[in-house]
Design a protein around this ligand. Sequence first.
Ligand code: AMP
Length: 596
Amino acid sequence: MAVDSSLPSPLGPPACEKDAKALQFIEQTTRNAAGVQERVLAEILSRNAETEYLRRYKLGGATDRKSFKSKVPVITYEDLQPEIQRIANGDRSPILSAHPISEFLTSSGTSAGERKLMPTIQEELDRRQSLYNLLMPVMNLCVPGLDKGKGLYFLFVKSESKTPGGLLARPVLTSYYKSEHFKTRPYDPYNVYTSPNEAILCADSFQSMYTQMLCGLLERHQVLRLGAVFASGLLRAIRFLQLNWQQLAADIRTGTLNSKITDPELKECMERTLKPDSELAEFVAEQCGEENWEGIITRIWPNTKYLDVIVTGAMAQYIPTLDYYSGGLPMACTMYASSECYFGLNLNPMCKPSEVSYTIMPNMAYFEFLPYDPNSMGLDPTRLVDLVDVEVGREYELVISTYAGLYRYRVGDILRVTGFHNSAPQFHFVRRKNVLLSIDSDKTDEAELQLAVDNASKLVLEKLNASVVEYTSFADTKTIPGHYVIYWELLVKDSAEPPSSESLSQCCLAMEESLNSVYRQCRVADNSIGPLEIRVVKSGTFEELMDYAISRGASINQYKVPRCVNFTPIMELLDSRVVSKHFSPSLPHWTPERRR
Ligand code: AMP
């Protein structure tokens, strides 16, 4: 689309010529949302007309909305499993996309315990980059002077694997950081990071975090914004500082690098930067050595204007802790994206977290919205509405069709329309469907938790003549890293011989072994989830829980034990009935290779 950057931007006066172009692009694209969507759908359908998938639905070359909607079904990941598996096994024929599948992006959403594999094509990198390019121009409208300093961002690559057919499978951000788009990005004074590429690209998470923190400390006065992708990641960095500040201060004092940094490129790069600075070392030791870490972020990085971190959705649970460490700095949630597709951005990034709305960019994919009705049993595809037709105040499930070959694919996110920017709707992220527990990028649903409880019972408790009568769970984020807490009420056949503490710890581990690979990766590789805890409660506790719910108006006939709790009076009731606590004694198994 041709962009006239001489026009003033209704979003505000741009900081520079480059920003003017980006803001105009946002204006033009959102003004003509319906037209852009029509064009995007026509492009997707025409270029992929000869794919096996679209031929199956006999579109006969049609690229209009009506034919598409009447012929192509709305699907979930499970429906696409056979096609994905064939591509993973090496079938290079045009199954979903006319363009070759360049790699798989591994989603944090799982299917049968393993990360979902999202096919992608080379040009999608450009599309993702185009959304990234809009973020700073919008931010510059809200926070002036960001070209006068740097951003301290904790960014990481994660492990990758190969599918049986030889395609790479890795998280979308790993793919992006390793791309030329990121590695050789042009210099932009508004977007300079303290972390060198060598640190971000180091696969060893300790070395990567250590050197990123070290660079952040060395340039503490230059840091104007501080962030990570998700809130949990930023808190992990704070925890890392708590555990490692002595060594970091020692490196700064002597100007010599911790011997644990062994990656040759990273080592060389850091040795070029690190010079002895006893004053800074003393400052770091003084601040970090204090018992009270309230406001530590602004004490160490006094010029920080905001935290750049997602605190919407499951991450909202970390807002109070971030407030504590940052002394109440604003938190900017800048974008909404996934492995399947990058969706949109927040045009008012300095708003309160509870008010964040994301504007979906109509050029990213073809978007449809399924009105969300928790009581409706079946899916009625005729009810899907187009991007420009959603109604303010209503909730919808997001359905996308992408250039990479997903057609009418249910993402699983529930969004509420809060308003429009021109004719593009803006959405509050309500939640992801079916997620019961989440600490970091893990998403555990009710069925997975049930299976974990069943497996632990089968493997450990049955032999001890005991069983789980009732259970519920809680994501405990009071400590860093957070961990899953499972409350168990037990039935012990021989009360003279209750299960030992050791066997209950084994139950914790058995549950962890049953949980999905994202959970286990967070536990093992990222250290972003702590050991699972079982709290055994007195017998009769869950009946009390029901009595409490009924006293508050729940119907006796319809009462179901909540499988996850976070309402304070219920937590207090449960905790007051705890008879013993047990933790997983070791790490569950995890390797980058998929189990199937
Ligand atoms: P993944 O496929 O692992 O990249 O995860 C993508 C999912 O993360 C999305 O479908 C959302 O459920 C969640 N997500 C991404 N961005 C945001 C955001 N800004 N706020 C809340 N949830 C988000």
